[in-house]
Design a protein around this ligand. Sequence first.
Ligand code: GRF
Length: 198
Amino acid sequence: MMPRRRVAILISGRGSNMAALIEAARAKDYPAEIALVVSNRPEAAGLASAASSGIATVVVDHKRFASREAFDAALDAALEQTRIEIVCLAGFMRMLTVPFVAKWRGRMLNIHPSLLPEFKGLDTHARALAAGVKTHGCTAHFVVPELDSGPIILQEKVPVLAGDTAETLAARVLEAEHRIYPAALRLLAEGKLDAPSR
Ligand code: GRF
């Protein structure tokens, strides 16, 4: 079998997508291993759950850096030190600089809680409800410099049900996120995807 690709997951909070990736990577035939979890927030709940799964964790606290460039340089150093090959953003709430994104082009994924290109950005569930859509969902995609705009790898549709609140809808979408994100990482790690051209 091919050596597993070394993956870092970048988080800022709860880390449920991180946990789904960690769980998937426990399977013997999974083509990636989670070698590192990085948080930009020291209080992120996901750090403790990663550590309890035996995964190395590191905090790169954005408040300790004077610029985005300096923060991204520290982030990149942490990834290189751990010989990371693939980066998965999972609820990572920082904009990344163009040089950082360019460096990891074709090797950096994100999970977004809408059917892109609909509802880029924040508060996707409230906005989907306000728009009255009947079908919502989630998207795993490559990261490009423009927010939530990279090539789509996988999507899963989720019905909007009568009486849904942003919270009930978010919970239904999150279950789908936890299915498609590990599947998307598998495709990338197996070399089955073309890198974005920019
Ligand atoms: C998820 O809905 C993800 O799609 C979005 O932020 C949320 C993170 O949740 N980018 P978690 O930290 O993975 O639980």
